[in-house]
Design a protein around this ligand. Structure first.
Ligand SMILES: Cc1cc2nc3c(=O)[nH]c(=O)nc-3n(C[C@H](O)[C@H](O)[C@H](O)COP(=O)(O)OP(=O)(O)OC[C@H]3O[C@@H](n4cnc5c(N)ncnc54)[C@H](O)[C@@H]3O)c2cc1C
Length: 416
């Protein structure tokens, strides 16, 4: 095989894992590997949930990107301007053109708070916040410290969002935080969602709605927020319903990276890349692959998903370069710890076909599924170490892989 040029767009969770896995897989004379990212700050995004409550500091969850890449991976700190799939080239915003034999799109999502009327107007980062980026999470921490009661509204504008359980986790932790501070009785806590329940999947939704009720967090469903008044403190839905707030914590609309929209044929109307749900090859062109939040796949946008996808994707790039049939082995496997406050968490595990079920993960003797436990909370906290030291470097984790395990799951939830 002549020396191949693999260009990876995005040096976040998916791009870094893929680059490191490919570097382990190919010798230098077989492949050169390039990663492009606009900055040198790799954020451990699950840690953003804890920042507003003072449970994590930004400097604990941000590390230099370059240092996460194995030697022999070239890092380009630059904005991707456009992809010309017809010519197999990427244009960077300083005018550099990177030709490629294989392209991997891993540029995640872009937050679009400006797409909701009024959201970034007066009151933004004073009374209206998001914890989905480091600056927002830090600003919200100050606001929560000064909050002394009133109406706290947690809202998600629309799906898809990354980590669909994170807004619920925020509401659960807010309940815990306000009780610790002795101001819970002075606070109305509400969670509003465009979904018809607390979550997208019925059994988990039922469990999570139960937890919200237990913690006296009002659940407002089918609320399609259309306008924010950050001065008057009102969130208005498209059908004219109003929710008042003293503090609004919102998850803004998500779209794909703007260059995807600018690149002919690369993305759909939302800027996500049409991707085969089992092989991770895009439908754009056979030498273009995608993973993580940037795809249009019908599974959660989550780091766990990105990790499982990276395994299949690396294998398939090797097969593609060797002219072999691709492995259709990704089954949509996703899992997520859901922090519920008071040092407890739930765990959910699912794939394209199977919704989150009770039981244990990964075997009948593993972590409890859909049940609050201290063990799950410790798992959530310990995951940060696993992320930096095992997932990003591309190491295998025994027993945890792209195929969803079924051994510990109870398929008859009525009697679970
Ligand atoms: C608050 C929060 C909590 C979360 N909690 C969990 C959790 O508990 N469990 C879980 O599994 N997942 C969680 N996630 C989701 C998880 O972090 C993402 O799904 C995961 O990081 C996706 O990886 P990715 O590589 O697709 O995107 P990212 O890791 O976001 O990487 C995309 C990269 O592309 C770069 N980029 C974008 N556009 C350009 C451009 N034009 N030019 C150059 N570079 C560009 C960006 O700078 C970024 O580095 C959470 C996310 C958030 C926000």
């Amino acid at each position: 095989m002549s020396r191949q040029r693999i260009v990876i767009l995005g040096g976040g969770t998916g791009g870094t894992m893929t680059a490191n896995r490919l570097r382990r897989r190919f010798d230098y004379d077989e492949a050169e590997i390039h990663v492009v990212d606009r900055d040198d700050r790799h954020v451990y995004q699950p840690g953003l949930l804890f920042v507003p409550f003072g449970l994590a500091q930004l400097d604990e969850i941000v590390r230099p990107r370059r240092r996460q890449l194995r030697s022999g991976v070239s890092f380009h700190q630059n904005e991707v301007a456009e992809v010309w799939t017809e010519r197999d080239e990427v244009l960077l915003d300083d005018g550099t053109v990177l030709p490629y034999d294989v392209l991997v799109v891993a540029t995640g999502v872009r937050l679009q708070p400006e797409e909701t009327e009024g959201m970034t107007g007066p009151g933004w980062n004073e009374r209206v916040f998001t914890f989905y980026d480091p600056e927002g999470a830090a600003a919200l921490r100050c606001a929560l410290e000064h909050f002394d009661g009133g109406r706290l509204l947690v809202n998600l504008i629309d799906m898809p969002i990354k980590c669909p359980v994170a807004p619920l986790e925020f509401a659960f932790l807010a309940d815990w935080y306000l009780r610790e501070r002795g101001i819970r009785s002075k606070t109305d806590l509400a969670f509003s969602t465009p979904l018809d329940g607390a979550f997208t999947k019925p059994i988990a939704s039922h469990h999570l709605a139960g937890l919200l009720a237990e913690k006296e967090i009002e659940l407002v469903t089918e609320f399609n927020a259309g306008e924010v008044d950050g001065v008057g403190g009102t969130l208005t839905s498209h059908d004219g319903r109003e929710l008042d707030f003293d503090l609004l914590v919102t998850i803004p609309l998500h779209g794909g990276a703007p260059y995807v929209e600018r690149s002919p044929g690369l993305g759909d109307a939302l800027g996500f890349v049409p991707t085969d749900k089992r092989t991770l090859q895009t439908t754009v062109k056979p030498n273009v692959f995608a993973l993580g939040d940037a795809t249009d796949l019908p599974t959660s946008k989550a780091g766990s998903v990105t990790h499982f996808e990276a395994e299949v994707l690396t294998e398939n790039i090797a097969r593609y370069l060797a002219d072999q049939e691709l492995d259709a082995g990704y089954d949509g496997h996703a899992n997520c710890f859901i922090e519920t406050g008071f040092h407890k968490a739930l765990l959910i595990d699912f794939n394209y076909e199977t919704e989150p079920l009770p039981g244990h993960y990964p075997t009948a003797f593993g972590l409890p599924l859909l049940r609050e436990s201290r063990l799950n909370h410790l798992g959530k906290l310990g995951f940060q170490w696993v992320y930096w030291h095992a997932l990003l470097p591309g190491r295998e984790i025994p027993g945890i892989g792209p195929t969803m395990p079924t051994a510990g799951k109870k398929h008859d939830p009525v009697h679970a």
